[in-house]
Write a protein that binds this ligand. Structure first.
Ligand code: ADP
Ligand code: ZN
Length: 212
């Protein structure tokens, strides 16, 4: 099964992706993680992507599509995969349609008013990418999943988050309509009472019904 996770920055895509990957064994492909890895290793792609990411803008469709095309061609994706953070524009969605077929698009629908605090309080595991929020860490600085060190992403500051939200509204939100028209969209509402587990309960019920 080939899945796309859609949602604004801070919607909780990465958190759900980890849970889906753990439970269903699908490789988790996050274009944001791929870019950050490239930045860390100072590759050509990393150097190119860094200035965009630091400003909260998108890396070019051309570069991003090429990365995804190469990644899903790898053998671990034969039985399916999960895309997180891609596609982010209509151009990317159309390019994806040319190289693969998507079975489900999970849209995590969150109010913009909630995401600023979520993102600015976010801490991410250096090793496995798991996300946490400072309010629930009680000062703990290591990942409960793998023991890795928790850090704050450079683009998780109020100014950059605002431009990521603007970019999302303009360029990514139209994908909701795009995939609704294809009959692929599964909408999951996430509000102030939602937890990672309550959201995952809805997501896994849907996946189980499709896998039956
Ligand atoms: P978030 O969803 O929390 O904003 P990501 O980790 O998915 O963060 O992405 C971080 C940054 O990486 C984006 O702001 C953008 O600059 C770049 N990026 C990630 N995915 C894409 C994509 N599909 N197309 C263009 N740029 C991307
Ligand atoms: Zn970890």
């Amino acid at each position: 099964m080939n899945i796309i996770l859609l949602g604004a920055p801070g919607a909780g895509k990465g958190t759900q992706a980890t849970k889906i990957s753990d439970q269903y064994g699908l490789p988790h492909i996050s274009t944001g993680d791929i870019f950050r890895e490239n930045i860390k290793n100072q590759t050509e792609i990393g150097l190119l992507a860094k200035s965009y990411i630091d400003k909260g803008q998108l890396v070019s469709d051309e570069v991003t599509c090429k990365i995804v095309e190469n990644r899903i061609a790898r053998s671990d994706c034969e039985k399916g995969y999960m895309l997180d953070g891609f596609p982010r524009t209509i151009v990317q969605a159309e390019a994806l349609d040319k190289i693969t077929s998507i079975d489900l698009v999970i849209n995590i629908d969150v109010d913009f008013s909630l995401v600023m605090d979520r993102i600015c309080g976010r801490r991410v595991c250096k090793d496995c990418g798991e996300s946490y929020h400072v309010s629930t860490l009680n000062g703990v600085a290591t990942c409960s999943r793998c023991g890795g060190e928790l850090t704050q992403r450079k683009d998780d500051n109020p100014e950059t988050v605002q431009s990521r939200l603007d970019v999302y509204a303009k360029q990514t939100a139209p994908l909701i309509d795009y995939y609704t028209k294809k009959g692929l969209l599964f909408n999951v509402k996430s509000d102030e009472n939602s937890t990672p587990d309550s959201t995952f309960a809805k997501v896994s019920a849907k996946l189980d019904s499709l896998l039956k």
